[in-house]
Design a protein around this ligand. Structure first.
Ligand code: NDP
Ligand code: MG
Length: 389
């Protein structure tokens, strides 16, 4: 029986994780659930799963939960998240908070040597080198939940060994292309948040849905793949595959191209990461090859979707650049979701912030958090200038 801390229980990955965990009560006990805004959902999850610890945003929410009949321990704020991530009762931490807010608790779990199921790709993008060093020195077991990286992990002969040692020449990340794959530049100018969050294949939270539509999600995933698998950026190819059936591929030097296929359902990679190196049922229907549509593959159009090139540029620059890229993207996406700016302003803001925030090395987590704060300030200035202009 292993204890589980689910950071971000009320989100899309949180819900899929709980569905898988609920199938295996003999193996996993849900020790901790965390939420930020959705208190009604958290209360319902508390009643259903009876965890020992809840973490919420502030003391007011904690008091409201206690008044509503919650009898377990309730912590709050950043300190509460960090305490939950390192608690001795949870051997497994599922990192499913969205955005930079996931960095500190996920790093805490890594430093405490937990088995960490990583959905929060932003933490790896922001602090990849420090993050992977912490995995090495603490002996944490890091398992990718992001479907592409989970697919690559499943196609590795010797997980943990370098690519050259495994005879791997290339990693191929597939991208659905998002809801605007075939839109012209003019059409992209006018798209709305409602259109952007209506993803053709995957049901996800609003931020990653917009990232999928702009291809920034693939840019973040390229950086994620470089850190997770020790790949150079030129060893990671992005291929658009609208059906989202082939989740990613690994090219070996003998000509073999290994792929992992499945339905576009996050319960599969979550179950894989939970049980690895064993296998567990995920509650997912098997893929029926005979009823499947044709599988298509095409090159991404980086001129209509410049976020992918911006991510490559930030990764090549190193230092604080990926943290700056991530923060600028978070500010721009939040503004787009609030109808405060246009979809095409997202790459424009990121490009400007990458130019304006001075480059600097990152030697510790504080340097990453500083870069994040600087980039957010700069992105808000760019946003204000766009709104005035
Ligand atoms: P959601 O928006 O659906 O859920 C986000 C979760 O994080 C919620 O539980 C939310 O709480 C919590 N949260 C939000 N802000 C904060 C904060 N400041 N501090 C602490 N907790 C916070 O996102 P997703 O589930 O879609 O995505 C989660 C992560 O997984 C992201 O990093 C994403 O990139 C990654 N991912 C998601 C996939 C998917 O299919 N959804 C696929 C691959 C990766 P509340 O709702 O209570 O406010
Ligand atoms: Mg993904």
């Amino acid at each position: 029986m292993q204890g589980v801390c689910l950071l971000g229980a009320t989100g899309s990955i949180g819900r899929s994780s709980l569905e898988v965990l609920a199938l295996h009560p003999d193996r996993y006990r849900i020790h901790t659930l965390t939420a930020w805004q959705r208190m009604d959902e958290l209360l319902a999850l508390y009643q259903r799963f009876q965890p020992s610890l809840l973490v919420v945003a502030d003391a007011g929410q904690r008091d409201a939960l206690l008044r509503a009949g919650v009898r377990c321990e309730v912590l709050y704020g950043a300190a509460g998240l960090e305490a939950a991530a390192v608690a001795a009762d949870s051997a497994i931490v599922i990192a499913a908070i969205v955005g930079a807010a996931g960095l500190v608790p996920t790093m805490a779990a890594v430093r405490a040597g937990k088995k960490v199921l990583l959905a929060n790709k932003e933490s790896l993008v922001m602090a990849g080198t420090l993050f992977m060093q912490a995995v090495q020195s603490s002996g944490a077991r890091l398992l990718p939940v992001d479907s592409e990286h989970n697919a690559i992990f499943q196609c590795l002969e010797k997980p943990g060994a370098g690519l050259a040692e495994q005879g791997i020449v290339k990693l191929v990340l597939t991208a659905s292309g998002g809801p605007f794959r075939s839109f012209s530049r003019e059409q992209l100018q006018a798209v709305t948040p409602a259109q952007a969050v209506r993803h053709p294949r995957w049901s996800m939270g609003p931020k990653i849905s917009v990232d999928s539509a702009s291809l920034m999600n693939k840019g973040l995933e390229l950086i994620e793949a470089c850190h997770l698998f020790g790949a150079r950026a030129d060893q990671v190819e992005v291929v658009v595959h609208p059906q989202s059936i082939v989740h990613s591929l690994v090219q070996y030097q003998d000509g073999s191209l290994l792929a992992q296929l499945g339905r576009p359902d996050m319960r599969t990679p979550i179950a894989h990461a939970l049980a690895w190196p064993e296998r567990l049922s995920a509650g997912v229907e098997p893929l029926d090859l005979l009823s499947m549509a044709a599988l298509e593959f095409e090159a991404p159009d980086e001129s209509r979707f410049p976020c992918l090139s911006l991510a490559r540029q930030a990764y090549a620059a190193g230092g604080n650049a990926c943290a700056v890229l991530n923060a600028a993207n978070e500010v721009a996406v939040a503004a787009f979701l609030q109808n405060e700016t246009s979809f095409m302003a997202i790459p424009a803001i990121i490009a400007e912030v990458l130019q304006r925030v001075p480059q600097s090395p990152v030697d510790q987590l504080e340097d990453v958090l500083l870069a994040d704060a600087q980039a957010r300030r700069c992105a808000r200035e760019c946003l204000a200038a766009l709104q005035e202009g």
